[in-house]
Write a protein that binds this ligand. Structure first.
Ligand SMILES: C[S@@+](CC[C@H](N)C(=O)[O-])C[C@H]1O[C@@H](n2cnc3c(N)ncnc32)[C@H](O)[C@@H]1O
Length: 205
C-alpha cells in the first residue's frame, strides 16, 4: 500500500470520524434532492455501490431504507465494522477501491461521498474509468469531489489524527469524468463549512 493510502487508513482508524462528523448527521435538502434525482432513474431493488462508505451513516442507511441493494467498500476496518452494525441490510467489504474485482455491468449506480479525494489525484481518471466499467448501460454515478485543487494537502489534526487529501480542480474533475464515458446531468456546489462539488453523471459509454 502506498504512503498516502496508509496515512488515510491509519488516520480514519485512529481518529473519530463517526463521533465528530456522522453522529446524528441528517441529510441536507440539497443532498436529498440529488439523491431523489438519482432514485428517479433507478428501478426498485437496484444495485448500488458506495465507494468509501465510511460508517454507512447517513447515506447507506438512507439508500437501504429506500429498498436498494447496497454494497459499500471502505479501507478503514473500524468504519466497515461500524457500517455493518449501522446498516445490517447492506453488504460491506473492507479494502481499497482498486482491489475490487466487480465485473462489467455490475451496478445500476455507483455513489461516492467525500472519499475520492483521499487517493492520489493521478489515479482519479482511472477510478472514474473503473466506475464506468462497473456500471450498467445508462447507469449513474453520484460523487462528491473536492471544491478545489490540492496536490497533497495534509492536516495534522483531522478528527484527532493526521489526514491527507488530493484533488484536481473542479474543471479538471468534470473533464476527467466526461472523458471516462459520462455525461454530467447535475451539479451542486456545497459551500458551507467545507467546499465540495457534487456531480451526478450518466454512463454514456
Ligand atoms: C470523509 S470519509 C466519508 C465516508 C462516508 N462516505 C461519509 O460520507 O460519511 C472518507 C472515507 O473514504 C474511505 N477511503 C479513503 N480512501 C479509500 C480507498 N483508497 N479505498 C477505500 N476506501 C477509502 C475512508 O476510510 C473513509 O471512510
Amino acid at each position: 500500500m502506498d504512503d498516502m493510502r496508509n496515512e488515510v487508513k491509519e488516520g480514519y482508524e485512529q481518529g473519530d470520524y463517526e463521533g465528530e462528523y456522522r453522529q446524528d448527521r441528517e441529510l441536507r435538502d440539497e443532498e436529498k434532492q440529488l439523491l431523489d434525482k438519482l432514485f428517479s432513474e433507478l428501478d426498485p431493488g437496484a444495485e448500488i455501490l458506495d465507494l468509501g462508505c465510511g460508517t454507512g451513516l447517513p447515506f447507506d442507511r438512507y439508500l437501504a431504507e429506500k429498498g436498494y441493494n447496497v454494497t459499500g467498500v471502505d479501507i478503514a476496518e473500524n468504519h466497515v465494522e461500524a457500517a455493518r452494525q449501522n446498516v445490517p441490510d447492506a453488504e460491506f467489504l473492507q479494502g481499497d477501491f482498486f482491489e475490487q474485482e466487480f465485473g462489467e455491468n455490475s451496478f445500476d449506480a455507483v455513489v461516492s461521498f467525500y472519499a475520492i479525494f483521499h487517493i492520489p489525484r493521478d489515479e482519479h481518471r482511472e477510478l472514474y474509468e473503473r466506475i464506468n466499467y462497473w456500471l450498467k448501460d445508462a447507469g449513474y454515478m453520484l460523487a462528491t469531489v473536492a471544491g478545489g485543487e490540492m496536490e497533497e494537502y495534509r492536516d495534522e489534526d483531522f478528527v484527532g489524527s493526521e489526514m491527507v487529501w488530493s484533488s484536481h480542480s473542479q474543471e479538471k474533475n468534470r473533464e476527467l469524468i466526461e472523458d471516462s464515458g459520462f455525461s454530467i446531468t447535475e451539479t451542486y456546489e456545497e459551500k458551507d463549512d467545507e467546499h465540495h462539488l457534487w456531480i451526478l453523471a450518466e454512463n454514456t459509454a
